[in-house]
Design a protein around this ligand. Structure first.
Ligand SMILES: [Zn+2]
Ligand SMILES: [Zn+2]
Length: 84
């Protein structure tokens, strides 16, 4: 069983292989589409297996986030700003 996502490459709901060896920010994972083979970074909250009741839209950036934790996308943007 692999996690399913909407793929940016082939636009279909496909299964993704996690690339654990790649270093990614907290809340994001590197994946490879098992259909078209494209590689990218996904927000883990966007996995199709996560129930809608566990997630909501972020007030600040509009990205999906888990109800119980701070928005990973905002964290990422904040980290980028701090480095400028
Ligand atoms: Zn694909
Ligand atoms: Zn946010």
């Amino acid at each position: 069983m692999h996690t399913r996502f909407k793929c940016n490459g082939c636009k279909r709901d496909t299964e993704f292989l996690w690339l654990d060896q790649l270093d990614t920010p907290e809340g994001f994972k590197a994946y490879q589409c098992m259909d078209c083979g494209c590689v990218g970074i996904k927000n883990v909250v966007e996995a199709l297996s996560i129930p809608d009741s566990a997630i909501c839209r972020c007030d600040k950036c509009g990205s999906w986030k888990f109800n119980t934790v701070v928005c990973h996308t905002c964290q990422l943007i904040g980290a980028k700003d701090a480095n400028v």
